[in-house]
Write a protein that binds this ligand. Sequence first.
Ligand code: ATP
Length: 364
Amino acid sequence: MPLKRLSVTAVRNLHPVTLHPSPRINIISGSNGSGKTSLLEAIHILGLARSFRSTRLQPVIQHGEDACTVFAEAVLKNGTACSIGITRSKQADYQIRIDGQTIRSAAQLAETLPLQLINPDSFRLLEGAPKQRRQYLDWGVFHVEHQFLPVWQRLQKSLKQRNSLLRRGRIQRSMLVPWESELIAAGERIDEFRQAYLLKLKPVFENILGRLVLLDDLTLSYYRGWDKERSLNQVLDDQFERDAQLGYTQSGPQRADLRLRIKGMNAVDILSRGQQKLVVCAMKIAQGYLLQEMGAAQSCVFLVDDLPSELDEKHRKALSSLLEDLQCQVFISCVEAQQMQDCWQNDTPLSMFHVEHGRIVQTV
Ligand SMILES: Nc1ncnc2c1ncn2[C@@H]1O[C@H](COP(=O)(O)OP(=O)(O)OP(=O)(O)O)[C@@H](O)[C@H]1O
């Protein structure tokens, strides 16, 4: 869902600004510490009510100010306008408004403005804990499967209850049964959603990866979080004693993972940094393409922090062409504008912004 007007007030070092971004490609250049990432961070806050740099929103509020605000007018897929605003003050939690209505859940915000972030931390998708890859997978499922959120919430609740009973100690097997039946029902649904989504994602990912880099041996597979030969019911039953000793549920959809391997080894142990960046980009861009293909309610906005770093010219251009073909709105930050200037076709709407000491000026 492209943003056609974006206002940012009191976010980090940024001076108050109103921008009119291109519905397609936006390049934000500036030297280190000028405020490029802060602009991407502001858009991220607008879409997810959280920063990608700090777990709390308070550090994002400009020193000496009481609150930060990000506001945008966006265009929905059906062509109608939609306004989204978020304010976070030092004293209170955030306030979100969509079309003048206050909303309480960040999930509604995420549904309205699907965002994909590619930044130096995205490497964690390959090298980090399974949680990162589960979140990646669930982002996709959330945007294409409306039943995902309520089922996922039921799963979290039943799992929390089971774990808290397990932690109490000296527990009877029968005491877990009511929570387990909820956990099993929700867990199996979540597994079905994830499998169905991955089946669609895999060919898109392989195609996109092939346009970026030749890695024929790379495989992407799914681990559902428990033994594939046994039902979740059976696994919970068999592992009860051990779960009770440990005080938590060892197996289940909360342990699901995506595995990226090359010749049976972890891809992250084999690939160069540049190749890892390309694989991560292919994974994220594939989700954008799939969202379009599956006719999701809104198209995705891509935030790409420091695209040129660790990529040579050939790969930079290949990546740009994928983002361009996606026909989404893209915000790309870089130090030198000219590194990103000649990557686009002549008819692609392109806007360029330069940031200096927090002041953003549109140059093209
Ligand atoms: N709450 C805050 N209030 C005011 N300034 C802040 C706040 N938090 C961070 N800053 C400053 O804002 C600037 C933000 O820089 P930002 O990370 O956006 O720069 P950048 O252009 O992306 O740099 P780089 O190219 O090094 O990644 C930094 O100079 C930082 O010291």
